[in-house]
Design a protein around this ligand. Structure first.
Ligand code: C2E
Ligand code: CA
Ligand code: CA
Ligand code: CA
Length: 284
C-alpha cells in the first residue's frame, strides 16, 4: 500500500528501495574490488607540539572504485562492517601500513584503525602478531586506534585482548574520544595509552570564543586533558586545520596533533619523502 496521507505509515517507499539497491550494488562492487586490489592506504602525519617533531602517521584506507572514482571510507566502512568484510579489509590495511612503515627512513609510529567488528569477530591478537612477524615491524611502532563502540560488547574479552596487545608492545589509542558513551567509566576500565580527542571538540573550541576569550568548548577540552593526566594517557587532537587552532590546543595542554594544517592524507611515497624533508616550513 502506498502512503495515503500525512502522518501515516508508509509501506512502500521507492527511495528506500533505491537506497537498498545502491547498498547492494556497492557491496557487490566491493567484493570485486577486493579481489582486484582496488584499495590504497594513505598516510596522514601526526606531530608533537613541544618540538614540532613528526611522530608518525595514521593509515587511512581509500577505495578506487572502477566507475565512481575514489570512495571515502565514511561511505563504505559501515556497509562492510555489517557483513564482516571489514575483517579481510582491515587485515589488508594493517599489513600494508606495517609494510610501508618499514620503508621509512626513521622509526616513526604507524596508527591503524580497528573496527569493533574486527575486535568482536576476528582474532586480532593473532592477526597483529602474524602481521608484525611477516613485516618485521617492531611492535612498539604500531598503534591501534579503537573507538568507544569497540568497548561496548564484550568488555572483559576486550580488556584481555588489549592487555595482551600491550604486552607485545603495541600501543592502544582511544579514537574519536568524547563522541561515545560512558566515557569516564570506560576510560578507567580499559588499558589505553593515548586519547585521541574528536575533531568536533576541536572545531567547537575554535569557533565559540566569548569576549573574555573563554568558552564551554575550551573548558571541556581542559577537563579532558586533566582526565588524561590523571589516567596517565598521552593526548592527541585531530582535525587541526589552522595554525591558530594548533596554537590554541598547544596552549590548552595537548601533546600531539593531526590535521590538514600539518598535512593531508598522502600516498606512501609522499609520506616517505615527508619524513626525509622534515622539519620543513609549514605554510602560513
Ligand atoms: P577517523 O579515524 O576519525 O580519521 C580521521 C578522518 O578525518 C579522516 O577521514 C581524515 O582524512 C579526516 N581529517 C584529518 N584531518 C582533518 C582536518 O584537519 N579536517 C577535516 N575536516 N578532516 C580531517 P577519512 O580518511 O575520510 O576517514 C574517515 C573515517 O573512516 C575514519 O575516521 C575512520 O573512522 C574510518 N577509516 C578510515 N580508514 C579506515 C580503516 O582502514 N579501517 C577502519 N576500520 N576504519 C577506517
Ligand atoms: Ca582514526
Ligand atoms: Ca578519529
Ligand atoms: Ca573523528
Amino acid at each position: 500500500a502506498k502512503a495515503s496521507g500525512k502522518n501515516r505509515l508508509c509501506f512502500y517507499d521507492p527511495k528506500l528501495d533505491e537506497y537498498a539497491m545502491l547498498r547492494l550494488a556497492l557491496l557487490n562492487d566491493f567484493r570485486k574490488s577486493f579481489a582486484n586490489h582496488d584499495f590504497v592506504v594513505l598516510y596522514q602525519p601526526q606531530i608533537r607540539f613541544s618540538d614540532n617533531a613528526l611522530i608518525g602517521f595514521e593509515a587511512l584506507v581509500r577505495w578506487h572504485h572502477p566507475e565512481r572514482g575514489i570512495v571515502s571510507p565514511i561511505e563504505f566502512i559501515h556497509l562492510i562492517e555489517e557483513n564482516g568484510m571489514i575483517i579481510p579489509l582491515g587485515k589488508w590495511v594493517l599489513n600494508q601500513a606495517c609494510k610501508d612503515a618499514m620503508t621509512w627512513s626513521a622509526p616513526l609510529q604507524i596508527a591503524v584503525n580497528v573496527s569493533p567488528v574486527q575486535i568482536e569477530r576476528s582474532n586480532m591478537l593473532l592477526t597483529v602478531a602474524s602481521t608484525l612477524e611477516n613485516t618485521e615491524l617492531p611492535a612498539s611502532r604500531l598503534e591501534l586506534e579503537l573507538t568507544e563502540s569497540s568497548l561496548m560488547c564484550d568488555g572483559d574479552n576486550t580488556i584481555n585482548l588489549l592487555n595482551e596487545l600491550r604486552q607485545q608492545g603495541v600501543k592502544i589509542a582511544l579514537d574519536d574520544f568524547g563522541t561515545g558513551y560512558s566515557s569516564l567509566s570506560y576510560l578507567q576500565r580499559f588499558p589505553f595509552d593515548k586519547l585521541k580527542v574528536d575533531r568536533s571538540f576541536v572545531i567547537a573550541a575554535s569557533n565559540h570564543t566569548n569576549s573574555d576569550g573563554k568558552s564551554d568548548a575550551k573548558s571541556i577540552l581542559s577537563a579532558i586533558l586533566q582526565l588524561a593526566q590523571v589516567l596517565n594517557l598521552e593526548t592527541i587532537a585531530e582535525g587541526v586545520e589552522t595554525q591558530e587552532v594548533g596554537t590554541l590546543l598547544h596552549e590548552l595542554g595537548f601533546e600531539n596533533a593531526q590535521g590538514y594544517f600539518y598535512g593531508r592524507p598522502m600516498t606512501a611515497d609522499q609520506a616517505k619523502q615527508l619524513i626525509i624533508d622534515w622539519p620543513h616550513n609549514i605554510e602560513q
